[in-house]
Design a protein around this ligand. Structure first.
Ligand SMILES: [Zn+2]
Length: 69
């Protein structure tokens, strides 16, 4: 399986690091002290949904990024 096929397959469950609408990397993080993993994070620029908090964590782990949350 190629990388592109894998990405397409996982698209709905993978956090969009780059906004599809405006290309921004900015994400509006939830302000709750203990946000629900299923909370949808929105683009910090245009407000488009980017994926769930859980998917962000999963994506960050896969990408080797240490996320402070
Ligand atoms: Zn956006």
């Amino acid at each position: 399986m190629g990388v592109e096929a894998h990405v397409t397959l996982m698209d709905r469950q993978t956090f969009k690091l780059v906004c599809e609408q405006c290309g921004s990397l900015t994400v509006a993080l939830p302000i709750e002290a203990q946000p629900d993993p299923c909370s949808i994070l929105k683009c910090g620029r245009c407000g488009s949904p980017r994926g769930t908090l859980q998917s962000l964590r999963d994506t960050s782990i896969q990408a080797g990024i240490r996320h402070p949350v």
